[in-house]
Design a protein around this ligand. Structure first.
Ligand SMILES: NCCC[C@H](NC(=O)CCC(=O)O)C(=O)O
Ligand SMILES: NC(=O)OP(=O)(O)O
Length: 322
């Protein structure tokens, strides 16, 4: 593996989940693999889980880590080509990425979408430029359209919390929010779950109010509904997440019904486990009674971020040592 950007970078989901669970059982089994290798984690936006879990994963593999909070500590970055840099930007991504590639064997990058121009965000221009110019393997720490370390974590968490016969019914359920949030987490969750469904591991439904359709490229084979009550019936896992509109890009439409998952709605499910990538706004996106109750997996899920990051870094280190 020399890039981890989307589900397409993983040939088989079942296999990578098993490898991650083996790392969870023996976290330090490969601590010689990363010796004298440097991981650079570059953040253009805030992070708690991705930052800490990816550092921990690298340390488990014997790597060294440098964290660069580009948004706070770096020079203002120019990403467009062909502009005279006589304004506020100080350094071009061509030099910045290339220099970071000089210091690091593997780089991770977090860059959120601006939610202004759909074409610009969905072109993943900044991420692609970073990958091209740094010349080392790159792990997405969440880009404009995807969050693959989160989605890999989520299928790991579903797998280890499912022991019944047959496939679990997994439901991605839109939730309310006060702000316009990216589609990266739901896009990514959906593309990973659609692939897991194609591998015969789960059954997958996406439910959202009309107007919040995800881009079709992320939902191949998904059952898509606008009816929350119907979709929750027989659900084994409910993945709660808000996102802004893709169609009317970045818009937040008023939604008349109450879409926040609470115990009353949870009672419609098959005693479903509830997941969220975090951070979560209590009693706006998801009821406290669920977060504090026995069905919530959110903290265990965040814990599993380590094994997702570790399996990706392990595969990259193995490729580098060939
Ligand atoms: N990395 C995990 C999610 C990041 C982001 N959430 C946020 O920006 C929350 C902001 C707030 O609640 O104000 C999202 O939904 O894509
Ligand atoms: N879920 C997630 O990516 O969390 P952070 O934004 O805190 O890294």
């Amino acid at each position: 593996m020399n890039k981890f950007f989307s589900v397409k970078d993983v040939p088989n989901i079942g296999e990578i989940v098993n490898e991650a669970l083996a790392l969870k059982a023996a976290p330090n089994a490969h601590e010689a693999l990363g010796k004298h290798k440097m991981l650079g984690l570059v953040f253009l936006n805030p992070s708690l889980r991705t930052r800490m879990s990816t550092q921990k994963a690298a340390l488990n593999l014997g790597m060294n880590v440098i964290v660069m909070n580009m948004d706070k500590d770096g020079w203002a970055l120019e990403t467009q080509d062909g502009v005279v840099m006589n304004g506020t930007t100080v350094e071009h991504i061509r030099e910045a990425a290339a220099v970071m590639g000089e210091y690091c064997d593997i780089l991770g990058l977090r860059s959120f979408p601006k939610l202004k121009d759909r074409e610009e965000d969905y072109s993943e221009d900044l991420f692609n430029k970073f990958m091209n110019f740094c010349k080392v393997p790159v792990v997405s720490l969440e880009s404009a359209t995807r969050h693959p370390l989160q989605s890999l974590t989520d299928i790991i968490t579903i797998t280890e919390n499912w022991s019944k016969p047959g496939k679990p019914k997994v439901v991605l359920a839109w939730a309310p929010h006060v702000k316009a949030l990216p589609q990266a987490v739901p896009n990514s969750f959906s593309e990973w779950m659609c692939q897991a469904q194609a591998e015969g591991l789960i059954d997958f439904t996406v439910v959202h109010p009309s107007g919040y359709e995800l881009a079709e490229e992320f939902t191949p084979g998904a059952n898509i509904s606008n009816n929350l009550t119907e979709s929750l019936a027989d659900a084994d896992f409910v993945y709660v997440k808000n996102w802004s509109s893709y169609k009317e890009y970045g818009q937040v439409y008023p939604v008349s019904e109450n879409w926040m998952l609470d115990n009353e709605k949870l009672a419609l499910t098959n005693d479903a486990k509830v997941m969220h990538c975090l951070p979560v706004r209590r009693d706006l996106e998801l009821a406290s009674e669920i977060l504090d109750g026995p069905n919530s997996l959110v903290v265990k899920e965040a814990g599993n971020r380590v094994w997702a990051a570790q399996v990706v870094l392990k595969r990259m280190l193995e490729e580098l040592s060939k």
